[in-house]
Every structure is written in structure tokens, then in C-alpha cells.
Design a binder for this molecule. Sequence first.
Ligand code: F6P
Length: 445
Amino acid sequence: MERLIVVSNRTPAQGERTQPAGGLTVGLHEVVQTRESLWFGWSGNQAEDADAKPVQVESGETVSYATFDLTPEQYERFYLNFSNGVLWPLCHYRTDLIRYWRADAEAYYAVNERFADRLLPYLRSDDTIWIHDYHLFPMGKRLRSRGVKGRIGFFLHIPFPPWSVARVLPGVDRLLESMTAYDRIGVQTHEDAENLRGCFAACGLEAVVEACPIGIEPESFRQTAISSAASDEVRKTLRSFDGHRFIIGVDRLDYSKGIPERLRGFARLLERYPQYCEQVTFLQVTPVSRAGVESYRALKQQIDELVGSINGAHGTAAWTPVRYTTHGLAREDLAGLYRHADIGLVTPRRDGMNLVAKEFIAAQDENDPGVLILSRLAGAAPDLVKALQVNPLDTDGIADALHTGLSMDRKARHEAWSVMYGEVTRNTAGSWAKQFLDSLEMATT
Ligand code: F6P
């Protein structure tokens, strides 16, 4: 089997390499363990002299890591301003949040060239190269222009909008043209695939696009949930609920995740169904993300205020309705908490896939599973049809789903959960990677 080169902007941090935390790194972790691989990308660090510093290589038995720093200016223009201030809102249908500057676009292309140029010395002619996510759309084209002839695939972990939205981006044709360098492009859903094909067609371009939904490794996550369900940290949190039932939400602090909408839905539940007051607590875990982008800072302020106003309006001296933290929790503690939660509340306004939804299902106790409430605008929605699906903008709809979920008997919960667990175990991180890499191989033989 040829060596696999995985390229992504974010690589698992050193301490996370045995158990990565983010969606993309979780999905890729499995595939790199099973064949000779090199994982190449940003170190997560900035340095004024980054361009002069060599790539840092850590060789491992199966997987090796090669990472490099960005200069503060590259970090700002490439990562914050263009990737997360233009492409992220565009792909999540939030053109109102785009802040476009030509200098940032040029820096984005220049950093993509740098990714390619820095990778070149490590490449062998028979490597399979797999590039990931919107930070690196044009990287394949640079590799081709530097003479790379082998297989290059690309996978987009976030949604892709239709032409009517995508065309808002200045220079969208240049971006799409650069993507024709790939032998195969994978996206999360059929809708994304249709959208991207439509964009290529609108620009008179051709590329092979395939829907290939990512999964998790459910068995190992289930084992983690079982073993940490009684850990000190999880027990401490459960004790603090004082016997109340609880709802859990876990997301990076991002406007695509629908956190204010979800908080309003919970507040509406308390207004319309006051029997839940002092009986149900909502735990929202929201690690701060991309705080250098204005729209993220504004969102944080909005959520801080909303949590305060809900707790002020509905809380009592003895009960805080919303528990909210902007610190991340360890992955095993989250798994343990999912297992105890009555409801997993996952309501993105748009999401490529959303692996929290799949992890919540994997973590449940099959004898007494919790209920998943899921946005119909998450990429996971077509796979998890037995979730209570909601429109994330419908505050009353979220309140109703919460009421339904909290009222479901064990039999109904088990029926829905077992169908979803079947789906989560059928379509795993391993099968996702295999499906994509097999079709990349077919495209080039
Ligand atoms: O899955 C989408 C994604 O943007 C990944 O590419 C990224 O690593 C992850 O979310 C977390 O975002 P960030 O790297 O900006 O913290």
C-alpha cells in the first residue's frame, strides 16, 4: 500500500496525538494509524521568523508528523481574515458576515503555495496525497505546477453553498479553477455535492465531486463513555446537578452552531412548560474559538448576555437553569457526561456533519438511552433520521422537541437510539476514509 500524506491546516497537538479532540482530527486519526502516513500542516504556533525555520518532523512507527509555524501576519491574513472571515461564513451561508480584503485573499494563495512548497521535499512519487478543508482549497494546484503527478484528493469538512451564494465571493472562479487540480473532491452530503458541481458548471469547469459522509469510531468512544461515566470529574458534575435531569450542548463558540437560538429554545421551554423549572438544567460547553475574528467576539458577548438574562429571569436562589463554560472539557469527561444526559441538544444553523451528534449516540447506555435533538441543517441529519429533528431558528420548535424528549418513555427512546446507533456503527471514520481513498484510487488507475 502506498504511503498516505494527509495535509490539514490544524494538526493534532502533541498531547492529543493518541486521542485528538476536534472533528477533522478525530476523523483522520483512525486512518493514519492503519497505514504508513505523514501528517503535514500548521504547528498551531506563530513566529516572526517562521519562514526561515525548518519544518519540524517527528517520526513515528506508522504515522509521522511534519509541522511548521506561521508568521503572525500569515496567521492573521490567511487563517483569521480569509479562511475564517471570508470562506467560513461563505460556506455557512452567512454572506452578511464576510469581511473581504484583496490583500487577505493574496495572502491566502501565498500561504497555500507555502504549504505546497514546504511539503515537496518530503514527497515520494508514489504517495497518495489527501488535502483537507477550506484553508487549503488551492494547494493541489501548486503541487501540480511543481510537478507532482501522483494522486491528489481533497475533502471539504464544512458545507458548500449553491452558486447563488458562492458567487458573492470576489474571485470565486479563480478558487474553483484551482480545485480542478484534484483527482477527486469529497464533501459531506449530497446537497453539498450538488452545490459544488453546480458551481463548477457555472464557471465552465469540470471536477469529480462525491458525497462521502464522515463518521466516528463508535466502539472506542462507547468504551470511553462507559469507563468515564463514573470518573471523579463526571461524578462531581452530576452531584452539582443535585438530582436534576440535564440537557447537554457541546460546540466550539461559533455562529454556525446556533447557540443563542438554542438558549432561546430552552428559555421558551421554561416559559411554556414551567413544570421543568428547578427540575432540568442545561449544560452548554463552548470552548472559545477564533477570538481574533470580530464576528466571534460579538457572538461571545451575545451568548454571555443571553445566559445571564435567562438565569436572571428563570433561576432561583437554589437553581441555575443554564450552566455555561467557555473552557473545553476533556474528551473522556464529555463522553461520560453524554452517557448520563437526558438530552443531547445539537442545533447548528449549518454544519458540515457534526460529530457531537454521532458521539452522543455512541456514548448512550443502551438500557436507558438519552434523546438526540438535531438540527435538520446539520450534515448528520440525513443519517440520523430518528433524532428529534428541529429547525434551529424555530424557538418554539426547540421548546416542543425538548418537552417531547423529556417525556419519552424508555421504549421509545430505545427504538430511536438503536436505529441511530446502527447508522453510527455502519458509517465510521474508518469506512469514510476507505470509501474516499478507494474512489480516489479508482479515479487514477
Ligand atoms: O471541521 C472544520 C474545522 O474548521 C477544521 O478544519 C478545524 O480544524 C476545526 O474546524 C476547528 O477550527 P479551528 O482549527 O479554526 O480551531
